[in-house]
Design a protein around this ligand. Structure first.
Ligand code: CP
Ligand code: NVA
Length: 344
């Protein structure tokens, strides 16, 4: 029975994929993430006293494991004065005793924001549709938007410090990422997965070219490829696909990969390891492919040695640990935008 008041639900802002936002919106998010990093780590211009999420709760509804995204979200929420509540797949009724629809209506009626890690992308879309509070995609089988914001931030920091010859201090906050990212080339060597798909809808839009190598039967979704080509046409970036890692790597500034076996694909492990033979990122592969002399390496983590060997992973070329830390600052920026400022 109706309670006698309107059941119309407000439509809050969400962050489900970077494809929904313009280059300027994404780069401003990254720029603010960098300001948060400087403010928190270096007290610049002064330590934060404002805690705008005091008394507010962020629910983390995670149906898959997580280290980085979980720690980043919990610490970012705390930094803004809020409370983070982790609801793992083993803990709540979701998917076992209760549908996603009912879960999102119930959870969103009691919290102020939801960070959700799901399986199919339609799950996060449904959650957002039913939620009365902002929903952030913490990874779906199709996209991983907060990861790719951290990647943009990491590339900006690297390029800024290299171009300005700064090795002894952090100055990335003195430049906007719209000035550093255009014209770079990223080579992807690996699976046609959620990380590559998010790269494809974000990087060409900000002027970064993408060349992706994946084995023959591994292909990105048609809609993702169409977005990448349309964005590239507008910015002058290029987007190419190949089955030969060496071809993708030619003239690359950055080589990126990820696991060959994503969460949920464990049963395909043996088949995948065989089909990805020759795709391991090594110094030799980078040399054979003709990457730029000062190429760097990125990986969202967690990493398995089959996709990148220790020599590259632990080398000076590897940006993987700053990249992981930047998950915190970029997620903080997204939370600030959605839950404090009211939109991206
Ligand atoms: N890169 C990333 O999302 O890591 P977690 O799965 O540990 O959150
Ligand atoms: N492609 C990986 C990314 C993990 C952060 C997965 O979906 O498992």
């Amino acid at each position: 029975m109706s309670q006698g008041f309107s059941t119309q639900r407000p439509q809050p802002p969400h962050f489900l994929t970077t494809a929904d936002y313009t280059a300027e919106q994404l780069l401003d998010l990254v720029h603010r993430a960098i300001q948060f990093k400087v403010e928190s780590k270096y007290n610049h211009p002064q330590p934060r006293t404002e805690r705008p999420l005091t008394g507010k709760t962020m629910a983390l509804v995670f149906s898959k494991r997580s280290t980085r995204t979980r720690v980043a979200t919990e610490t970012a929420t705390a930094y803004l004065g809020g409370h983070a509540m982790f609801l793992g797949g083993q803990d709540i009724q979701l998917g076992v005793n209760e549908s996603l629809l009912d879960t999102s209506r119930v959870v969103s009626s009691m919290v102020d924001g939801i960070m959700a890690r799901v399986k199919g992308h339609e799950e996060i879309e449904m959650l957002a549709k039913e939620s009365t509070v902002p929903v952030i995609n913490a990874l779906s089988d199709k996209y991983h938007p907060t990861q790719i914001l951290a990647d943009l931030m990491t590339i900006h920091e690297f390029v800024h410090h290299r171009n300005n010859n700064v090795t002894d201090r952090y100055t990335a906050h003195t430049q906007h990422p719209r000035e550093t990212l255009k014209g770079l080339k990223v080579a992807w060597v690996g699976d046609a997965n959620n990380i590559l798909q998010e790269i494809l809808v974000a990087f060409p839009k900000v002027g970064i070219s993408v060349a992706a190598a994946a084995p023959p039967s591994y292909k990105c979704d048609d809609d993702v490829v169409a977005i990448a080509h349309a964005d590239a046409e507008k910015t002058g970036a290029t987007v190419t696909f190949t089955t030969k890692p060496e071809e993708a790597i030619k003239d690359a500034d950055i080589i990126v990969t990820d696991t060959w076996v994503s969460m949920g694909q464990e049963e395909e492990k043996a088949k995948r390891l065989k089909e990805f033979e020759g795709y391991q990122v090594t110094m030799d592969l980078a040399k054979r492919g003709g990457a730029k002399e000062n190429w760097v390496f990125m990986h969202c983590l967690p990493r398995k040695p089959e996709e990148v060997d220790d020599e590259v992973f632990y080398s000076d070329r590897s940006l993987v640990f700053p990249e992981a830390e930047n998950r915190k600052w970029t997620i903080l920026s997204v939370i600030d935008a959605l839950m404090v400022r009211g939109g991206i």
